[in-house]
Ligand binder design. Structure first.
Ligand code: PLP
Length: 424
C-alpha cells in the first residue's frame, strides 16, 4: 500500500506494477440527481474530492481542479442518436491536457507541502507526438519540476513538434535518432538505473501515473450531465477510441463510483489486442501496427492490467459491460467521408473509430456518445487529403508554430542519455 503522494511522485510501484486506489468511493444519489445543473468545474471538483480529498486539502484541490479545467468539454449532436464529446478544447487541443495539467499541479502541491518548493523532480516522457505536447504544456513554468521530452527524429509531425520544442523554461526537448520504441526504452532504462536514480529524482508522466489518468474521468461525468440535461441519458452508451486504455479506464472508475452509463464500447484501429481479448478471454500482446489513427497504435496497452484488476479478471463481467470494435485504415477513411457527407461533421481518424463503433453497435432505444479525442487540425494533412477539405488551423496551434525550435540531439544508446542526465 502507498500514499497518493508516493504513487504520484514515483509513477510506478517498486514491483513495477501499477498503482490502484485502495477503495473507490461511490458518490451519493443526490449528486447524480442534480448533476445536470452543475458546471464542468463543479462536477469535476466533486469527483476529485472523492479520489483525492483525503490527501489534499479542500481549498488546494479546488484550485487545482479549477486551474486544470479552464476550458469547456461540450457534447455536440452528430446524428439523431449519436453525439460526440469533444475532448480537444484544452491548451494543446488534446484530451491528455487535463491529466497532464492536473498531475503537474498535484506534484507541485506535494513538493510545497514538504517544504520542497525549490523541488528537484525530473519528469521523463517518451512521445510519438501528442503525449509530449500535453505534458510539456501542462508542466510549463511549474517551479521545481523539470521535464525531458524524448521524441523520435523525423517521426513527429511539424505541428506536434513545435508544441514541445519551442517552449524553453523548464522543458527540454530531446530528439532521438531512432523510433518511438527507442525513446520509450531510454526512459524505461533511466527508471531502472540505480546510479542515475541516486543522482536525480525521476518520475514518469505516462498514463500509468494515477494523477494523469484518473482526472480524465471528469469528462465522463460531464458527458452524463450534459446528456441528462437533454433528457437523453437513460440508456447511455459511451464509446472511447482507445490505445493505452487510460481514458476508458478512467470512465470505468467513474462507473464504479455510480455514474449511470449503461455500457461502454472500446473502439480500436487495426491494433486489435483488446478486441481479441473480449472475444476469446485471452490476452496476447502484439507488436504495434502503424495506422492512420497513430495515437492508438499500441500493441500491449498498459492500462489493461487496471481494467482486469477492477473486475477481478472476470471475463464475463468485463464483456457484459464493455464491447469492442476494430477498424482498418480503409474503413476509417470511408467513415470519415460518410460522416462528413451525411452530417457535415469533420471527424479526425481517432474519433472516426468511435463514431463507426456506435453506428455498428447501438441497440434500439440507446443513445451513444463517442469521444472526439483530437482536433482534426492536428491531423490536417490526412484529413484534408481524405475529405478534400482545407480545414482551418486554430489560432492556438498557429501560435506554437511561430516559435523557434530548440532541441538536443541524442543517439538511441542509453549510455549517451545517461551521461547527459548525469551532467544535468
Ligand atoms: C492518447 C490518445 C488516444 C488513446 O487514449 P488512451 O488513453 O491511450 O487509450 C486516442 N486518441 C488520441 C487523439 C490520443 O491522443
Amino acid at each position: 500500500m502507498a500514499t497518493l503522494e508516493k504513487a504520484v511522485v514515483k509513477g510506478l510501484a517498486e514491483d513495477k506494477g501499477l498503482y490502484m486506489p485502495e477503495s473507490i468511493k461511490p458518490l451519493p444519489k443526490e449528486f447524480f440527481d442534480n448533476i445536470d445543473k452543475m458546471s464542468f468545474q463543479e462536477i469535476a471538483y466533486t469527483v476529485a474530492d472523492a479520489f483525492f480529498g483525503e490527501d489534499v486539502d479542500a481549498e488546494s484541490l479546488k484550485k487545482i481542479v479549477y486551474d486544470t479545467l479552464a476550458f469547456d468539454c461540450p457534447v455536440v449532436p452528430v446524428t439523431d442518436n449519436i453525439y460526440t464529446l469533444e475532448l480537444f478544447h484544452g491548451p494543446t487541443l488534446a484530451f491528455k491536457d487535463v491529466g497532464a495539467r492536473f498531475m503537474a499541479r498535484l506534484l507541485q502541491y506535494f513538493l510545497k507541502k514538504n517544504g520542497n518548493d525549490k523541488g528537484n523532480v525530473n519528469v521523463l516522457v517518451a512521445t510519438s507526438g501528442d503525449t509530449g505536447s500535453a505534458v510539456a504544456n501542462g508542466f510549463l513554468g511549474v517551479e521545481g519540476i523539470h521535464v525531458y521530452v524524448l521524441y523520435p527524429k523525423g517521426k513527429v509531425s511539424p505541428i506536434q513538434e513545435c508544441q514541445f520544442t519551442t517552449l524553453g523554461k523548464n522543458i527540454t526537448a530531446i530528439e532521438v535518432d531512432g523510433v518511438f520504441d527507442d525513446c520509450q526504452a531510454l526512459v524505461k532504462n533511466a527508471f531502472m538505473d540505480a546510479e542515475l536514480n541516486a543522482h536525480m529524482k525521476l518520475t514518469s508522466a505516462n498514463s500509468i501515473n494515477v494523477a494523469r489518468f484518473l482526472p480524465q474521468s471528469f469528462y465522463y461525468f460531464n458527458a452524463y450531465a450534459r446528456m441528462k440535461a437533454l433528457g437523453k441519458a437513460d440508456e447511455l452508451v459511451m464509446c472511447v477510441p482507445s490505445g493505452n486504455f487510460g481514458n476508458i479506464c478512467s470512465a470505468l472508475f467513474g462507473h464504479q463510483m455510480g455514474l449511470p452509463i449503461k455500457r461502454f464500447v472500446a473502439a480500436n484501429n487495426a491494433n486489435d489486442i483488446f478486441y481479441n481479448y473480449l472475444q476469446t478471454g485471452e490476452y496476447h500482446p502484439q507488436p504495434s501496427k502503424a495506422t492512420l489513427a497513430n495515437a492508438m497504435d499500441v500493441g500491449d496497452p498498459s492500462n489493461f492490467a487496471r481494467i482486469y484488476d477492477l473486475y477481478k479478471g472476470d471475463h464475463k463481467a468485463i464483456t457484459s459491460l464493455i464491447s469492442g470494435a476494430t477498424y482498418k485504415d480503409e474503413q476509417i477513411r470511408q467513415t470519415m467521408r460518410e460522416c462528413y457527407a451525411e452530417t457535415g461533421y469533420v471527424l479526425d481518424p481517432h474519433g472516426a473509430c468511435g463514431y463507426q463503433a456506435l453506428k455498428d453497435l447501438l441497440q434500439p432505444g440507446e443513445v451513444g456518445v463517442f469521444c472526439e479525442t483530437a482536433h482534426p487540425a492536428k491531423f490536417k494533412e490526412k484529413v484534408d487529403d481524405i475529405l478534400g477539405t482545407d480545414i482551418e488551423i486554430p489560432q492556438r496551434l498557429q501560435d506554437f508554430m511561430k516559435g523557434t525550435k530548440q532541441s538536443i540531439a541524442m543517439s538511441k544508446d542509453f549510455a549517451d542519455f545517461k551521461a547527459f542526465l548525469m551532467a544535468e
